[in-house]
Design a protein around this ligand. Structure first.
Ligand SMILES: [Cu+2]
Length: 679
């Protein structure tokens, strides 16, 4: 594939800056700044922040498994569940909605996977060594990161940000017994008030893992490495520039739940930013970024036995984008403005090699070089009054898809003779979120409306094989925009030693996009059961409720727990796929004199509400016990941190509703992590 990026992003940036200047200029004359951050507002802003940073050993204490994969970190969050197709590259879901309904960004950058089979969620292209935290916004609270229905996740990169720490570094290593996973990582940083440079690298290699009772899960191995550099330079007291570069490559990744593996998944992610403390005297924290990323994904079936027909399926995704954002405080109003845009090219092809070599090769474009342009404007206002606050936010975006490849366009025209090359949409999001404190009670309630465009697969996918329901999928370029009206409510009772939260949300999704069987077509994939077209259902309904609590038994002991309930049905009352059954988790954590320990349980009830039409079977109830122990030693100025643990202590054989084709999860696993940091 040729890698030429259209001039569009540049033009958009220029228009964007102009817009920003006009907008900001307007405020200059009539408004003035107020710098006080309001703490309680954070409660309504993001629903959860997961601390990831490996560099800061203080955080190590609180983490059960410090060098675990990013996927495991995300899975430990209250709001996220991970769909698994193997041991690597799990797909995050939130409010029972996956990739296409979520906005997932890395440090504010839009990135799109290059796999037609969802083998490479963008969370697979960074590692814990790069990140400081995952910012999670449920429903339209995630619209700050992009157009979304279910929510947004931003993976924030770890940077020294001109802290006067001088040189510091660390080396760390981990080993896990179950799949013999070896992890080696290190970082070296320099930071002063004028300049910083952060570098880190991590390498992971794992063999096949074993499910409970010693059953090997074949094709579950993986190997990955990741390097990143980021640097910043202060031009003047209030102006700085910074740049980041991440290189991530995975090889020999097995996907036991799928029919193919991956020989290469590679991402290069880069950005340059300009930061200024104030703008026009009134706006603060002005940050502008330009970025580019390119992904290559190559699937591989050569190691599988009994392949009926060998296939080559490479995919590419390239994205260039920008954003510019600033805060503005005026008395009780705390505004935040963001202008963003991106341009993406998604291209994937499939070549089939018949066993009889005299037959011709078959070639298809599974993603016909789809060009997506998106320019959005996001604004929010936190209004504080007394012990209450209201957050209003909106995102307005222009979004267009265009099929650049004529062969791909003509292939789709077999099904859609009238289809246009380009499809343009205007996407809207509105949200009002209210928070009130009453003695020890916090009340949160919100109403939102949001829209999203179909994903490249949903709009333009051409015979994409889905091994979950064993169907070939074809996109529909004329799909209607999916939209959602949602409501959320939560009540927290909070005392220093005790806290309990009851929360619920409801999504009414109009024009819900899902695959529907078309019996008139024959399959392309040998052994597939049929063909599905992506279709808009009239509507679908999703409901989630949870109860969570914390109790500080003593200064050293803390007890936490969560139980949640989920339901998702379509307009005929039929179950939607991949909806969680009742699930729960609880942990006792101990922390004293640099010693830490934890004992935790996680489990699910039986999956009663499943749907065989989407390839689901009933998953049984399970409960898993895990424990960890850690100690931090001080050696002069440096520190050594050791943590060990055991997961799935009872070696239970199980799979959950998120396990693709019910592949069993890992059995008993003992891990040890060691980290030495030099200050
Ligand atoms: Cu793939």
């Amino acid at each position: 594939m040729k890698s030429s990026i259209n001039v569009f992003p540049l033009r958009a940036i220029l228009v964007g800056c102009l817009w920003c200047v006009l907008l900001c200029g307007n405020f200059v004359s009539r408004l003035y700044a107020q710098e006080t951050p309001v703490d309680s507002l954070k409660l309504v802003n993001l629903s959860e922040v997961v601390i990831i940073s490996t560099g800061k050993q203080l955080d190590y204490q609180k983490q059960h498994k410090p060098l675990s994969t990013l996927d495991e970190f995300l899975e430990s969050s209250r709001s996220i569940n991970m769909v698994k197709r193997g041991a690597y590259a799990w797909e995050p879901t939130m409010n029972d909605m996956a990739s296409e309904r979520l906005a997932v960004t890395i440090d504010g950058m839009q990135i799109f996977g290059a796999c037609t089979d969802k083998m490479d969620p963008i969370t697979s292209y960074v590692d814990v060594s790069n990140l400081s935290e995952a910012q999670i916004g449920s429903g339209q609270q995630g619209a700050v990161f992009g157009n979304t229905i279910g929510g947004g996740i931003n993976l924030k990169l770890d940077k020294s940000n001109f802290k006067p720490t001088g040189w510091n570094g660390s080396v760390e290593s981990a080993y896990e017994t179950n799949n013999a996973m070896r992890v080696f990582g290190g970082e070296l940083n320099y930071s002063d008030e004028k300049f910083y440079l952060n570098t880190d690298g991590i390498y992971r290699k794992a063999d096949n893992y074993y499910a409970g009772r010693d059953r090997e899960v074949k094709f579950s191995q993986f190997e990955k490495y990741n390097f990143s550099v980021n640097s910043g330079y202060k031009l003047t007291e209030d102006k700085s520039i910074s740049a980041t570069l991440i290189y991530d490559e995975a090889n020999d990744v097995g996907y036991p739940a799928l029919t193919m593996d991956v020989s290469l998944a590679r991402a290069v992610i880069g950005s340059v930013s300009f930061n200024q403390d104030t703008l026009f005297g009134n706006l603060s924290n002005w940050e502008s970024k330009m970025y580019y990323n390119t992904i290559k994904h190559v699937m591989d079936d050569t190691k599988r036995p009994d392949v009926p027909i060998h296939m080559d399926m490479p995919g590419w995704s390239e994205t260039a984008g920008f954003y510019s954002q600033a805060n503005f405080n005026r008395q009780k109003n705390h505004f935040f403005f963001k202008l963003d845009g991106f341009y993406n090219k998604s291209y994937a092809e499939m070549t089939m090699y018949p066993t009889n070599s005299s037959e011709p090769l078959m070639f298809m474009l599974t993603w016909p070089d789809v060009r997506t342009k998106d320019v959005g404007f996001y604004a929010e206002d936190h209004i504080a009054f007394g012990k209450a606050s209201l957050k209003l936010s909106t995102r307005l975006a222009y979004h267009s898809n265009s099929v650049a490849d004529d062969f791909g366009l003509n292939s789709l025209k077999i099904f859609y003779p009238e289809m246009e090359r380009t499809n343009t949409r205007f996407l809207k999001s509105f949200s009002a979120q209210y928070h009130k404190m009453l003695n020890d009670f916090h009340f949160n309630g919100g109403l939102s409306y949001g829209e999203r465009a179909p994903s490249v697969s949903e709009g333009y996918g051409f015979y994409l094989f889905n091994s979950f329901d064993n169907h070939d999928y074809i996109g529909d370029p004329d799909l209607k925009t999916e939209s959602s009206a949602d409501a959320n409510i939560s009540v927290t009772y909070k005392k220093p030693i005790f806290e309990i939260t009851a929360a619920a949300n409801y999504f009414h999704v109009f024009n819900y996009i899902i695959g529907v069987v078309d019996n008139s077509l024959s399959t392309m994939t040998i052994g597939a059961d049929g063909v599905k077209f992506y279709t808009n259902l009239d509507y679908a309904q999703l409901f989630n409720a949870s109860l969570s609590g914390r109790y500080n038994i003593s200064n050293a002991f803390k007890l936490t727990g969560t139980v949640s309930y989920h339901r998702g049905v379509d307009n005929d009352g039929e179950n939607l796929p991949l909806i969680s059954p009742v699930s729960y988790r609880s942990a006792v954590d101990f922390y004293k004199n640099q010693y830490s320990a934890s004992l935790s349980i996680a489990g699910s009830g039986e999956q009663i509400n499943y749907n065989p039409a989407y390839g689901e079977t009933k998953t049984a109830a399970y409960a898993i016990l895990s424990a960890s122990f850690g100690k931090r030693f001080f050696i002069k100025e440096n520190s050594l941190f050791v943590k060990a643990g055991i997961e799935n202590i009872l070696d239970t054989y199980y799979s959950s509703y998120t396990d693709w084709n019910n592949i069993p999860r890992m059995g008993r696993n003992i891990y040890a992590t060691i980290s030495y940091s030099i200050n």
